[in-house]
Design a protein around this ligand. Structure first.
Ligand code: ZN
Length: 259
């Protein structure tokens, strides 16, 4: 059976409180042996830590998400360093910029993004980037503050922006969004980008694939997302699994399977 890595999964989210064990087991049974679980705020570190301690396939990332700038405080950056030292993550995330959601002060977002890029650089860790309508802004700072690559999570930009991320050592994260038949831009990218630039993700419980509709997404859906990518590219699922898993392993420095 192919081995998959869900490079972005919020298994700690309250949406999974009733059946988290079952959804984790379903993912492992489907071949999703690793899930990267990014934190979104300082107060969320404990929940991500608990999930990572309970499930051997869940690997934490620590970060302060741009949609939660209302709760972040400058001193949380010191707490982030403490957390990294307490439990080494596979990445710094989820960090980034969001120019889509209204009412998120841009200067504050930029401050936390820049400071966390510096932390990622200091600890030689890749970053998981939330990017909505802000690819050029994200890239501008990545050219200045050199981190060890990362993932442009839920990437939806132009082929030129994709190339710029790739040049900086980044992979592009693809999940449920491109499975929708009318997602023309994403489908074109999913077909045309080099396979060694792509990693798979679910962003569970968000970004449900077409077959779930408006329901809750789960990491066990990742193989079907891989199958959809394989069909679009005219490949078999084993080829897609092998390539995307290798890409994620290289990025996160994961040589061995935790489960
Ligand atoms: Zn996320």
């Amino acid at each position: 059976m192919p081995f998959f890595i869900d490079t972005h999964c919020h298994l700690d989210a309250a949406e999974f409180d009733a059946d988290r064990d079952a959804e984790y087991a379903r993912a492992v049974a489907a071949g999703v042996g690793i899930q990267v679980v990014p934190a979104v705020s300082r107060d969320n570190f404990a929940a991500v830590d608990a999930v990572s301690a309970r499930y051997p396939g869940c690997l934490p990332a620590w970060g302060l998400h741009p949609m939660y700038i209302g709760v972040h405080r400058p001193e949380h950056l010191a707490d982030l360093r403490t957390q990294i030292e307490a439990r080494r993550p596979v990445a710094i995330g989820e960090i980034g910029l969001d120019l889509f959601v209204r009412g998120l002060d841009y200067a504050t977002q930029e401050f936390f993004y820049i400071e966390q890029l510096k932390i990622a650089r200091d600890y030689d860790l890749p970053v998981l980037l939330h990017c909505r309508k802000a690819n050029d802004e994200l890239l501008k700072h990545l050219r200045r503050i050199k981190v060890r690559g990362g993932i442009a999570h839920a990437f939806n930009g132009s082929p030129q922006q994709a190339d710029e991320f790739i040049k900086l050592g980044f992979k592009l994260g693809f999940g449920g969004a491109f499975t929708w038949p009318r997602a023309n831009n994403l489908r074109r990218l999913a077909v045309n980008l080099p396979l060694d630039a792509i990693v798979l993700e679910t962003d569970s419980p968000d970004i449900p694939p077409a077959w779930i509709g408006r329901g809750r997404n789960a990491p066990g859906e990742l193989p079907r997302i891989a199958q959809t990518l394989a069909e679009l590219r005219g490949l078999d699922i084993e080829t897609v699994a092998r390539a995307t898993t290798r890409n994620a392993r290289t990025l996160f420095g994961l040589e061995e399977d935790p489960v």
